[in-house]
Design a protein. Structure first.
Length: 266
């Protein structure tokens, strides 16, 4: 098992945002977390990446308690891409991607030929090579997002934790990113867990979905069992129509109307 949590509660200043979450992420799986804003998706990923210490419960990475890992060893096990990462001043795209090699380097060592090979590989796959020497602050939001993904890939971690990886991307780059992640999963055995807002993307690209509501794990399972009218209505307060997309072999969710009418101009 790549990741296992047992009755995990985590949050900030002693107040839990997620409650009693028990979940398993098998090695080589492509899993997604869905739910409304504020339901705990980001908090969960921060806890799983050890950026947040659990209030209660435990997290295991490949059978070992996450708190028992050396930082560099853990960084070789998993890479985490947050939703709004800090942009280092005067860093070029290539500089940032090279930071992904830190877990594999010795103190004060220079990048090896193999390091450069992996950096080039990650940038080519994410189509960031053309602006490798441009500073991050001069890139568009979508370009920066692809650079961050390239850095995560350069880390060569076995597990990728991604918080809204398609943020700031247009439709073409959203699909390109998700298809690329699917390729990493299917062809290279990469374990992927991502939080995402688009339910259709979750249904199309993942093989297991965790649905959260108010910090609790509402249900989990393959798309055909978790993406139902009843689950979507309970988790999102939206009525939907669900049809089978035979061309892509996935479900397609069409919103009909909200359960409660929103007052936009109160």
């Amino acid at each position: 098992m790549a990741i296992k949590t047992s009755k995990l509660s985590a949050g900030y200043r002693g107040k839990s945002i997620i409650h009693q979450v028990s979940m398993k992420i098998p090695k080589g799986s492509f899993c997604t977390i869905i739910g409304t804003n504020g339901c705990g998706k980001s908090t969960l990923l921060k806890a799983l990446s050890r950026n947040l210490v659990p209030i209660k419960g435990s997290i295991e990475i490949e059978g070992k308690n996450i708190l028992d890992y050396n930082s560099k060893v853990l960084a070789r096990k998993l890479a985490y891409l947050s939703q709004s990462p800090y942009i280092p001043s005067q860093f070029s795209a290539a500089d940032l991607v090279s930071c992904g090699r830190f877990p594999h380097s010795k103190w004060m060592s220079i990048l090896s030929p193999y390091d450069h090979k992996i950096i080039d590989w990650a940038m080519k796959l994410t189509e960031t090579s053309d602006f490798a020497h441009r500073e991050l602050e001069h890139l568009s939001g979508g370009e920066r997002q692809r650079v961050w993904i390239a850095m995560a890939l350069a880390q060569e971690a076995e597990i990728l934790l991604l918080d809204e990886p398609t943020t700031h991307l247009d439709m073409a780059h959203q699909f390109q990113t998700l298809e690329f992640l699917q390729h990493l999963n299917r062809e290279m055995g990469q374990t992927i867990l991502m939080a995402i807002h688009d339910i259709n993307h979750a249904a199309r690209f993942s093989d297991h979905i965790f649905v959260f509501k108010n910090g609790y794990l509402l249900t989990q399972g393959p798309p055909e069992l978790t993406i139902t009218k009843e689950v979507i209505k309970e988790a999102f307060s939206v009525n939907v129509k669900i049809i089978q997309d035979y061309e892509n072999n996935c479900l397609n969710i069409i919103p009909l109307r909200g359960i409660k009418k929103a007052c936009l101009f109160s």
